[in-house]
Write a protein that binds this ligand. Sequence first.
Ligand code: ASP
Length: 440
Amino acid sequence: MQAKQNMTTKILIWMCAGLILGSLINALASDVAFVQDYFVNGLFHVAGAIFINLLKMLVVPLVTFSLICGVCGLGDINKLGRVGLKAFLLFLLTTALAISLAIAVATLVGPGQGFELSNSATSNFTAPAAPPITQVFIDLVPSNPVAAYANGNMLQIIFFTILFAVSILMVGERARPIAEAAERLNEVMMQVVTVVMHIAPYGVFALMAKTFSLQGLGLILPMISYFAVVAVVLLLHAGGTLMVIFKLFSKLDPLIFLRKMRTAQIFAFSTSSSNATIPVTLRSVEKRLGVDNSTASFVVPFGATINMDGTAIMQGVATVFIANVYGIDLGLMGYLTVIGMAVLASIGTAGVPGVGLIMLAMVLNQVGLPVEGIALIMGVDRLLDMMRTAVNVTGDAAITTIVAKSEKNISMETFHDLNAGQVEEVHLPHASQLDGQNQK
Ligand code: ASP
């Protein structure tokens, strides 16, 4: 039991250690070539990048096998449509609430008012290209599934896999071995996730140490009002709005939910990517919260791609901040447009680091605010990206649990068992054991 509980705590401890070490390096050793070459750009960079690759490596096979199992497990195409529609509407609702709260709080606090705009601040920024909304819909359908897989395009992969799995159901008896194979492959992939989680503490440490030695905490100071408003609204949304919705719709205990989400939140925080966190979110939702694979396999990757509450919050506050800095009054219509655009923008962009800024460019363009304003908030975006990704992932898991509860696709016993699904020590079977099994 002791060893079980230690894993989340261990990751948390290593995360704090990385944060402290990184901040110290930033403050004291940013000019020391030895430290920069061998640690920041050496050890931390390599270990962190390997860890992110390990996580990303799991996403595509895990989502594919898990989704095939999920659809085949539902056994009913109508149910798939119902689950999808419920999840989609809840995703839209929470994102809209998130950005409305952000705009309301930011308008009250007024970050950026009286800000001295220096010319140099905006000169080094070129607006990133934002995809037009029509293209977002066209891009849902892959013209070549192999390319979609190779590029890790989640929405296209989800589209193709669902169609493939539905066809397995339609073919019936003769396709059953394929569904069974997917089930076993899914089990193996889940085990790979567990193995990767054992090295997570060190990966998280390296990522934190690198980020904070490059960024430092001092950067936050000039942007403190913007940073603080985003951070406070993120907390309000994750701990307040989302949990009220969770309680209202699922009648489950939000505290148990939050407690079991901790590991996924730490992964999201240190990787800044909901996509890379999918394996851990899936694991937490299925093994810790008790959600059945038939719901989780579909709603979690769907959410990681289209549901970004934390990102919407950043956009809401950033819009108000930039409007204040440039002395532009958006008016009610302007803000309503911002809400609509932010919700739409989150559908078309994947959960990867920094994508929130690209979406912000789309939003600013739409309401006629200068896109160069993004340069003002770029300095603190790395840290905010970490925080908002944790909120994004919490939203994905909350909606998955709500939908599973409404479909009676959740094990209440697992949900209430506080130790369910804790990562245990891995015991790799010895060759002799495997031989023994093969002979049976
Ligand atoms: N990094 C965020 C995510 O993966 C997206 C963003 O806000 O940039 O969810």
